[in-house]
Design a protein around this ligand. Structure first.
Ligand SMILES: N=c1c2ncn([C@@H]3O[C@H](COP(=O)(O)OP(=O)(O)OP(=O)(O)O)[C@@H](O)[C@H]3O)c2ncn1[C@@H]1O[C@H](COP(=O)(O)O)[C@@H](O)[C@H]1O
Length: 134
């Protein structure tokens, strides 16, 4: 899939300077990042709606439109596909699968730090024992 996206990205870069009257991509570049963002958001919503409706063929079509609009926005933002692949590899190395890194640094280590594991386990006291402690 990354090859297809990279070919599409190069085609989008090439189309940027075409005549907006005949090239949709050139027209998107002419209208700027806010229009690109609007189109990307629209496509994302179309994918969601089709998925909720269980229309997998439409999800495929709208996903292709989504990826097209994403590559246009990447080009406009100066992002290259390999920049995204590198980030996904970083996440895969860190977490085993290409997923978003957790926000809290505490969740990162797979093995509890010595400080945490040295604590006594926290257990619920039985009713009578709990009353006695007060
Ligand atoms: N891969 C695509 C591609 N995928 C989707 N689309 C366009 O994205 C639009 C899909 O979004 P919409 O459903 O909103 O379509 P729309 O309602 O017609 O768009 P609006 O009227 O809302 O602007 C369709 O019009 C498609 O033509 C694409 N347009 C171009 N490409 C490629 O981009 C390169 C440059 O093509 P041009 O932009 O035609 O020069 C070429 O390699 C093309 O194959």
């Amino acid at each position: 899939m990354s090859d297809s996206l990279e070919r599409l990205y190069l085609a989008v870069l090439a189309a940027r300077d075409l005549d907006p009257a005949t090239s949709r991509t050139a027209r998107l570049f002419q209208r700027g990042p806010s229009k690109m963002a609007k189109k990307l958001a629209e496509e994302a919503i179309e994918v969601v709606i089709d998925a909720v409706n269980g229309d997998s063929e439409a999800v495929v079509r709208e996903s292709a439109d989504l990826l097209y609009n994403l590559t246009v926005l990447w080009a406009s933002a100066g992002v290259r596909p390999e920049d995204v692949w590198r980030e996904m590899s970083r996440r895969e190395d860190m977490l085993g699968i290409a997923e978003k890194l957790p926000k809290s640094p505490m969740k990162l280590p797979k093995v509890a730090s010595p400080r945490i594991s040295a604590r006594r386990p926290i257990v619920a006291l039985e009713g009578r024992a709990a009353r006695k402690r007060h």
